[in-house]
Design a protein around this ligand. Structure first.
Ligand SMILES: [Zn+2]
Length: 186
């Protein structure tokens, strides 16, 4: 697992005790920095897990780190836990949401607060293209439900941070007090 004290306070990148260059860029671009925590290194073991689970679709693998996830979620007791949504199209292809699949086994209930619009697939795009993307989310719940609340967005992997930043931006625009993020790997 990633040593939190030695990770970037913005994106959870290992071995970067201060805000890293990418996070400083985000701060300039969107005016805030995420407080992301990454649980595991994106190493060979994690890659094997995500390939079997997300890409091959072995749903039984969703419980691989429930204990660690439960432990991490204890740091967000007064937060609404929100898995990052898939587009309807992606959901239909995969048959499950890989994030809520894991969160179904953990203690706090989760809530889908965001909905993902249909968009062209991410893979095959360059990093620059991904970073320029339009807001891919809309609100799934009423503003009243989230106003002045704290929200924890959960995703499987932190890549550029773009998706999580979009999610956080939309929540802040709709009156959420604090957004933090948690990813299975970094
Ligand atoms: Zn960072």
């Amino acid at each position: 697992m990633i040593e939190q004290k030695a990770a970037c306070p913005g994106c959870g990148r290992p071995n970067s005790a201060e805000l890293c260059g990418d996070c400083l860029q985000w701060q300039k671009q969107v005016g805030f920095v995420l407080e992301n925590r990454g649980l595991f290194y994106y190493d060979a073991g994690f890659r094997q897990w995500i390939e079997g689970y997300k890409f091959t679709g072995d749903y039984r693998l969703r419980g691989a780190f429930t204990a660690e996830l439960n432990q991490a979620l204890k740091n967000y007791r007064d937060y609404l836990i929100c898995p990052m949504p898939l587009s309807k199209e992606r959901f239909a292809t995969r048959g499950f949401n890989q994030v809520s699949g894991c969160l179904e086994l953990t203690k706090p209930a989760y809530h889908f607060l965001l909905e993902r619009k249909e968009l062209a697939p991410q893979s095959g795009k360059t990093r620059a293209e991904r970073l320029k993307m339009e807001q891919p989310f809309t609100l799934k719940v009423s503003k009243e439900k989230i106003r002045n609340q704290r929200v924890l967005l959960v995703d499987d992997v932190y890549t550029t941070g773009r998706t999580l930043v979009h999610g956080a931006e939309l929540l802040y625009q709709n009156g959420v007090e604090t957004v933090k993020t948690l990813t299975f790997a970094r």
